[in-house]
Design a protein around this ligand. Structure first.
Ligand code: NCD
Length: 331
């Protein structure tokens, strides 16, 4: 397994990731996907290592997915829950991180509602000379690298199940629909998809995406367009990524109503007729059924990759923990 080119201790944002690094992740995740189909779905790779999940914000699939990935790699796992922790007694986040450092944590997986918290923890650990990797599991509206990487794996695997690789993304039309401006998932996907040469089309009401927003992600490899209507983004699309309306992050009412949003931007079976015949729908979850996409589309396994994304998530997160841990042999 190719790990020689991997030299990141932390994974905080995908902003400066190269196609070669994405390929290492895809290839490593494909090996772990195979491990997860064995009768014993576990490898001793990170035996004796300690991984601490620090989720300061609610999460179902990301937290469980990281915990399961760590366990499948035979690591020990600590799960920090802010509600029952010393944070409620006034302890700072950095002191909490240092407490877990003193217990011998090798990697910290951090989610926080404020942008920049995982980066701040990583800086502090580096300053202390600790050899501890920090993985950003979602910070504010800034970044959610592991979600974008599992999305990339899901797409590449859809086009070639045997050899998922970045080259498969080149020239593919990928529509990203929904609350883009408040979405850390969209931001991270924009870095990865354009770096892999995809033709990305953003579609949302003008209150949820702007041209200056998209300009910030301009890249030499892929292309990026903004639409304030759904149809031009869907036309001949290979993949449609839908995003949850992030009501908790909207500072004021940015939409007339959810019903109106669904009428204009909701993905329904009829609308999918505009896409390529083989097109697939994705959503990072949690889904507002009947808002971002109809239940009929979401539950149709011939069209929806939503469950595959969850399954891919475990293999991709195993790959990330393995690479950050300076992994050796998988078998
Ligand atoms: C996303 C998140 O938390 O950023 N969900 C996830 O990680 N599966 C997207 C969202 O909350 O809408």
């Amino acid at each position: 397994m190719a790990t020689t080119e991997w030299n990141r201790r932390h994974i905080l944002s995908l902003e400066d990731f190269t196609a070669a690094e994405y390929d290492i992740i895809l290839q490593t995740a494909a090996s772990f996907r195979e491990v997860l189909t064995r009768r014993t779905r576990k490898v001793p790779t990170l035996q004796g290592r300690l991984i601490t999940n620090m989720f300061f914000e609610p999460s179902t699939r990301t937290r469980s997915s990281f915990e399961l990935a760590a366990k499948r790699l035979s690591a020990d796992v600590l799960n920090f829950a802010p509600g029952t922790s010393s944070l409620t007694k006034g302890e700072t986040i950095l002191d909490t991180a240092k407490t877990y450092l003193a217990m011998g944590t090798d990697m910290m997986v951090v989610r926080h509602q404020q942008s920049g918290v995982p980066q701040t923890i990583a800086w502090e650990l580096d300053r202390l000379g600790a050899q501890v990797g920090v993985l950003n599991a979602g910070d504010g509206l800034h970044a959610h690298p592991s979600q974008a990487l599992l999305d990339l794996f899901t797409i590449a695997q859809h086009f070639d199940p045997d050899a998922p690789r970045t080259a498969l993304l080149a020239g593919k039309k990928i529509a990203i629909v929904g609350d883009i401006v408040h979405s850390r998932v969209a931001r991270s996907n924009l870095w990865s998809l354009t770096a892999c040469g995809a033709d990305v089309h953003l579609a949302a009401p003008p209150t949820l995406v702007s041209k200056p927003f998209a300009d910030a992600f301009a890249s030499e490899s892929g292309s990026l367009s903004v639409h304030w209507q759904l149809e031009p983004a869907l036309e001949n699309a290979d993949i449609v990524m839908t995003l949850r309306l992030q009501k908790e992050r909207m500072s004021s009412n940015l939409l007339p109503s959810l019903r109106e949003y669904h009428q204009q931007f909701g993905i329904t079976r009829d609308r999918l007729a505009l896409c390529q015949p083989h097109a697939r729908i994705m959503h990072p979850g949690p889904v507002n059924r009947g808002v971002e996409l109809s239940s009929e589309v979401m539950d149709d396994a011939r069209i929806s990759l939503v469950q595959t994304q969850v399954t891919s998530g475990v293999a991709v997160r195993m790959a990330l923990l393995y690479l950050m841990g300076g992994g050796k042999s998988v078998a």
